[in-house]
Write a protein that binds this ligand. Sequence first.
Ligand code: PLP
Length: 311
Amino acid sequence: MDYAPEQIVVSGGAKQSLCNVILSLVNPGDEVIIPTPAWVSYVEMVKLAEGKNVLVPAGIEQDFKITPQQLRDAITPKTKLILICSPSNPTGSVYTHAELQALVDVIKDYPDIMVLADEIYQHINFTGSFTSLGAFPEIADRVIVVNGVSKAYAMTGWRIGFIAAPLWVAKATTKLQSQYTSGSSSIAQKAAEAAYTGSQECVEEMRKAFQRRRDLVVSLAREIPGLKVNVPQGAFYLFPEVSSYFGKRCGDRVINNAADLAMYLLEEGHVATVDGGAFCLPGYIRLSYATSDDNIREAMRRIAEALARLK
Ligand SMILES: Cc1ncc(COP(=O)(O)O)c(C=O)c1O
């Protein structure tokens, strides 16, 4: 992919990059298509812009990826933006090149719609290949790619993210952020430069570690009756379907939904998970395996024990 320096805008983390784009492009009443489950902040950013969230659900049976038909059905004359996150938080799903091409084939029929591609987990990918949505020539002039150092280099606290965008979008976001943050810290920018220009061995080392942990967490989750899991292909999350526990109880405590289950696991199992409802897809919980193999084993042991107490 080929961008001029003026098309790159560096911000305080991918989060600000995303918010800059949404605030710059979305006017009140404009629709933003968001496949769900989706990272928690997208819908709130769209609300900040007074846009309308159009959620397109994709459950475990379709590996948490939307189909081209679902995308086409969600498009209306008010659609301004389509948001695609791959590899995904919270599911770890990764769209293949062919799956992206099929979505691109739909998008190319709607020349006024912009695409926001959140590729922050690009390097935590177990498929052996990665295609950016910005690399499809049919729509490249309408794609804003978001990336940053938080995940690949474990530099979350340095707060460096960026967009690679059509020049007019880059200019709009620059104008916006120049009024409210000026730019990101020069010290953090230097640190990011070191990350990008230094040896990339640590990135591959961590990718392999995450793949090993993925295998571990999936195999332990599969031993727990009632958890429905897929095999995530990237990021560091597992998103099990947990509805078989709904209606069960432990003493006076009744589990009615995934939020109840997440709270039960926290209070009784002492493991922090997140209710899938926070990602706009109820019936699931999110587990993060961005921790040591020992912590993963211990957490899964506690989860299994706590769940076995539900009758
Ligand atoms: C999908 C997704 N996009 C963006 C971000 C924000 O990243 P940053 O720390 O660079 O703001 C996160 C962080 O959790 C994320 O999961």
